[in-house]
Structure formats: structure tokens, C-alpha cells
Design a protein around this ligand. Structure first.
Ligand code: SF4
Length: 590
């Protein structure tokens, strides 16, 4: 009851079952798929699924979230969680039907991309199946391989890599609804309330029409659009990548199970080098990674890169971050065409970026090094390459410059997964959302409590498992979310918002403790050097911004968290959160 579902189950089982120090790519690592109590019930935007493991990219706890129908299908099959451990001698897939679990031979799926894999398995097992699978990158253990279900990815942190290390190509669920509820009539009324709230979202009412595309304009306007590996805050010519340009290519919208938002946009490039390429996406992050990071404004290249990442099963943010890093090293002369296999990684050369992406996914040439992520790649390349590696705890940076969004930046630094923007997204800074209060994005004092609030809220929504665009954009206001959880489970305390917010805090602290047990601590809560030494340039209102007092921001944060000066949750905090039983583990680890 203390961990509720989804992300809560993920960390509880990972903490309890994984021996500290386990190699993330060894058979001993666990890979946990978990759905929330609302999945498959008809609650809007609540059927996403969480995958949890120890990350081969960061070495930390990791949680990634996927969409489409897979979460609902888990519940239709009667499953809250699938825990995978060990490994298969040859490529296999897991088939689940009517309470039976069967490991099947997947040899003929070797090398198939994520579309081919899903088509083939649907042919074999029929249209009532839903599939989560890896592509060639997962098989080749690219450290940031993703897991795809339909065209929705659990992208970050190398969860697909862990799946590949187990020789598990796919999980196939053959099931039919519905999910049984204790009080169906009451639940139906709550869904009606949710429908009304969806229509009145106060934060981003245009979101169903444009998804995250509007961020290109919004984030450029404030100078936080990372450009040329986080040197600049606006991209000259960004207008070619504005939402209206993507909407000219829109074929149709797509949605996850039971969501009214339909934020997925399928585009077909109409002209230019990539004419005819179709992709679901890109979203904002991918646009930035395959434009500003490589100094390009070619809209077709962003669509083609997104399609390629999804087919190959690789995280768009880490892949784009690794490529942007290589472009800067090329400019500095640290990499030459001898290292790149002849590729001219000059800013604006989008064809070279796509070719490098293929090589990363196949671990060829320089791609073999970049497939390790920028932290490891920098060590292998040497020659001060580490100064240009933009990551926190080994996870490549998302597309919000921390010098422009300082408290969101503090979230990257203190996140249990490294530089992840989804776990504690700061709407207060990016969209001026006044909940729970207005934030000064350039201040370095006074808002650590907001960083904590966003992180705990994210964990609270992830027990649901509510999509961030539904929960944080108030399409499902927290009090209604709580009522729905209580009704769906028949557990009255879930209906009390402070109970759930504390569950979020408990989950966040247990994740932190997992990392402490693995040797992480204050020394790892650091911004990449660039953010504390190089003022932001070409950044409009954010021109010249710098993180001046990273240590001070961190200390404010530890204080509001109730942690000690080294970032360790105190025994008192653990007891308050009902985690007293792990006090001894933590005392031994530090
Ligand atoms: S808002 Fe978009 S990503 Fe979220 S559940 Fe709905 S369709 Fe899926």
C-alpha cells in the first residue's frame, strides 16, 4: 500500500531484489515492467507503463515510461508487474496469454527493426496482442537503447539495453479487457469529471493540437534552446522548425490508450532531401537534438532522425546528445575525419548526423565509441573531450538549458536518474505556471522547495501511471486523480492528496537510497562544467546567465529534503516516510 503501483512497485522491488554492485548488463540485473491501478480502466491518460532497472548508462536506479496500449494490456492480462531476471542463451520473446507465460524462440527476429518485429509478432499471435520490443540497438547493447510499443518509446536510460542483455527481443501480451472495478458506477462518474477537466486545462490548452511542438518557439524566446552543444540559447533560423511548419506535414494524430489529448503527430516530409519520409514525431526534444545540436534548421532531417531512432530502438535525446558532442569535438580538432570514418561533422551537415546515428545504432567506427554515451566516450577519446561531455550522472542533457531554467537545472542535478526532464518538470519556469507558486527562473535562492515539489509530484503521478502531459498540465487535477485511485482500488487512503504526495516523497527517497547503496552521493550531484564556467550566449533575455552558486543551490535543496549536508536522507526523514527498515543499509553504505 505504501508504494501503490507503477513507479512505486518498480523501486520497491528493485531495491529489495537487486544486490548492490550488480553489473547492469549481467543476467542478475532485474527489468521490471509495471502498470498503475488506473491502466485499462478507461481513466484518461492513465495507461502508460513504467520500466525500472539499474541503468547501464548511469549505473543508477532508472525509470523510463512508455505509452500506446501496453499498460492497459498488462491489466487486461491481470498483471500489475512483470519482473524479468536471468537471461536466455539465444534471442527469445516472452508470450503471455490467459495467465500462462511462455519463453519462445525469437531467433528469426534478430536484426529486425521495431516495426518489423511488431508486425511479425502480430502476424503470429493475432490482432489482440500488444507488444513491447527492442530494435537492433538493443541487441547490440548500445547503452541508451529504448523499448518501443507501437511508435511510443520508453526511451531513456538504456532500458532496451538491459532487455537486449537478457536476449529478450519482445514481450507479447494477448489479452482482452475489461478491468474489474469495485464500484463501476462511481468510477464512471469520476471519468466524466475527468473529461470536463481535460477540456479546461489551464496550463497548455493548445497542447492537443500541437503536442510539444510549440516549445521550439517558447524556449527560443527565453534563450533556453540548447544550441551547438549548449553554447548558445537560441538557434538562428528556428522559425523553419516552428509548430506551424510541422503542422503542414501532419498526416494524422495518434493517442495512447484512452486519452483524449491525441498528442502524437504523424508527419510525412513533403520536399527536399527527405521527401517521403514518414514518422510519428519528432517531439520537442528530438527536434532540438537533430537541429540546434548540429547547427541545422532542416525540418526533414528532424523527421528522418526520429524515424530512424524509433526503428533502430535508440533514445533520441542521448543519441542526439552524443552526436552534438561529436560535432563540437570535430570543430575543436579533437576528432578528425580519420576518427569519423570520413564524415565531415561540420555544423549544418545533417546528412552526416544521420549517418553517424546509423553507425551508433550498429556500433560501427566512431559509432562504437558514442554508443557508450558521452561520459564513457569522452574518457576513451581523451584530449580534454570530457570538458565537452554534457551529462549528469552519465545521462545526456535534455533540451532546456539549466542556465536559463535554474531550478529545473537543479532537478537534473538531483534527479535519481541523471539529467532527465520528465521526472520533476518545471512548468513554473518553462510556461510560467503559477502552481504552487510563481518561480524566478534566474534566481539562485528561494525555490529549492519547488524543485522538490515537482519531483515528488512526478513520483505521485507515476504511481497512477498518469501521463505527465495529463497530470502536470492539470487535465487530471490531483484531488480527482486521488479519488480515482481510491475508487479503482477500493483503498480509501489513496483518495487523500497529502497521503499520495507523501508516497511520492517516499518513492523519491527510496530511489535516492538505492543510489547511495550503489556509491552515489553529493559528488555526483553536479552540473557539467560548462554551466558553471561559460556564460550563456546568443540567448536573448538569458544572455550571460551562468550557474554561479551551484553548491548553495544544492545545500538549499538538501535542507528542504531533510537530508544531511552530504545529501543523505537522515534517519529521522526515513522514519517519517516509513522507510526505517533501510536506515542500517544506508549507514553501512556511507
Ligand atoms: S497526452 Fe499524449 S503521451 Fe500522454 S497519454 Fe495522452 S496521447 Fe499519450
Amino acid at each position: 500500500m505504501d508504494f501503490i503501483g507503477g513507479r512505486g512497485f518498480g523501486i520497491k522491488y528493485l531495491y529489495d531484489e537487486l544486490r548492490p554492485g550488480t553489473d547492469p548488463l549481467s543476467p542478475d540485473n532485474k527489468l521490471i515492467f509495471s502498470a498503475g491501478p488506473l491502466a485499462g480502466t478507461g481513466a484518461l491518460g492513465c495507461s502508460r507503463w513504467i520500466v525500472t532497472s539499474k541503468s547501464p548508462l548511469t549505473g543508477t536506479y532508472y525509470r523510463s515510461s512508455g505509452g500506446a496500449d501496453f499498460g492497459a494490456w498488462m491489466k487486461f492480462a491481470g498483471l500489475d508487474m512483470i519482473l524479468v531476471e536471468g537471461s536466455s542463451d539465444k534471442l527469445a520473446y516472452l508470450y503471455i496469454e490467459k495467465g500462462r507465460f511462455e519463453i519462445k524462440d525469437g531467433s528469426d527476429l534478430w536484426g529486425k527493426n521495431t516495426t518489423e518485429t511488431q508486425e511479425k509478432l502480430t502476424q503470429v499471435h493475432g490482432p489482440h496482442t500488444r507488444i513491447a520490443c527492442i530494435g537492433p540497438s538493443g541487441e547490440k547493447l548500445v547503452r541508451y537503447a529504448s523499448i518501443l510499443s507501437s511508435r511510443r518509446a520508453a526511451g531513456r536510460g538504456g532500458m532496451g539495453t538491459v532487455m537486449g542483455s537478457k536476449n529478450l527481443k519482445a514481450i507479447v501480451i494477448n489479452a482482452n479487457g475489461p478491468v474489474k472495478l469495485p464500484n463501476p458506477r462511481e468510477f464512471k462518474e469520476l471519468i466524466q469529471e475527468e473529461v470536463a477537466a481535460h477540456r479546461d486545462s489551464p496550463i497548455s490548452p493548445e497542447f492537443p493540437e500541437v503536442g510539444t511542438l510549440n516549445n521550439v518557439e517558447t524556449i527560443n524566446a527565453v534563450g533556453g534552446f540548447p544550441t551547438r552543444n549548449f553554447r548558445e540559447g537560441t538557434l538562428k533560423g528556428w522559425e523553419s522548425l516552428a509548430a506551424r511548419e510541422y503542422l503542414k506535414m501532419r498526416e494524422r494524430d495518434t493517442s495512447c490508450y484512452a486519452c483524449m489529448v491525441h498528442c502524437g503527430k504523424v508527419f510525412t516530409v513533403k520536399s527536399g532531401d527527405y521527401a517521403g519520409v514518414t514518422s510519428e514525431g519528432p517531439d520537442y526534444e528530438t527536434i532540438n537534438m537533430f537541429s540546434a545540436a548540429i547547427g541545422s534548421t532542416n525540418i526533414g532531417a528532424t523527421v528522418a532522425a526520429n524515424a530512424l531512432c524509433d526503428e533502430l530502438g535508440v533514445d533520441t535525446i542521448s543519441a542526439g546528445g552524443a552526436i552534438g558532442f561529436a560535432y563540437e569535438l570535430f570543430e575543436k580538432g579533437i576528432l578528425t575525419t580519420k576518427d569519423t570514418g570520413g564524415l565531415e561533422l561540420t555544423y549544418g551537415n545533417h546528412q552526416a548526423a544521420l549517418e553517424l546515428l546509423r553507425r551508433i545504432a550498429n556500433r560501427e567506427g566512431l559509432g562504437e565509441i558514442l554508443a557508450e554515451g558521452v561520459r564513457r566516450a569522452a574518457v576513451r577519446i581523451g584530449k580534454d573531450a570530457e570538458d565537452y561531455a554534457m551529462h549528469v550522472k552519465g545521462l545526456e542533457m535534455p533540451a532546456y538549458d539549466p542556465r536559463c531554467f535554474k531550478w529545473h537545472g537543479l532537478n537534473y542535478v538531483t534527479s535519481n536518474c541523471g539529467a532527465n526532464h520528465c521526472l520533476g518538470y518545471a512548468d513554473q519556469e518553462t510556461f510560467n505556471a503559477p502552481f504552487p507558486r510563481i518561480v524566478d527562473r534566474y534566481a539562485e535562492k528561494g525555490f529549492a522547495d519547488i524543485t522538490k515539489f515537482n519531483q515528488d509530484l512526478s513520483a505521485m503521478l507515476d504511481v497512477g501511471v498518469v501521463c505527465v502531459f495529463v497530470g502536470q498540465q492539470m487535465r487530471l487535477p490531483p484531488p480527482l486523480y486521488c479519488k480515482m485511485l481510491a475508487s479503482a482500488t477500493g483503498i480509501p487512503p489513496f483518495g487523500i492528496p497529502p497521503f499520495l504526495l507523501q508516497a511520492g516523497e517516499r518513492i523519491f527517497n527510496l530511489e535516492r537510497c538505492f543510489n547511495i547503496r550503489e556509491g552515489f552521493g553529493r559528488k555526483d550531484d553536479v552540473f557539467p562544467l560548462r554551466f558553471t564556467t561559460m556564460p550563456l550566449q546568443q540567448a536573448g533575455p538569458s544572455e550571460g546567465q551562468l550557474i554561479k552558486d551551484a553548491a548553495g543551490m544544492l545545500e538549499q535543496y538538501y535542507e528542504v529534503r531533510g537530508w544531511d549536508k552530504d545529501g543523505i536522507p537522515t534517519p529521522r526523514k526515513l522514519e517519517e516516510l516509513g522507510l526505517k527498515e533501510i536506515t542500517e543499509d544506508i549507514a553501512q553504505a556511507v
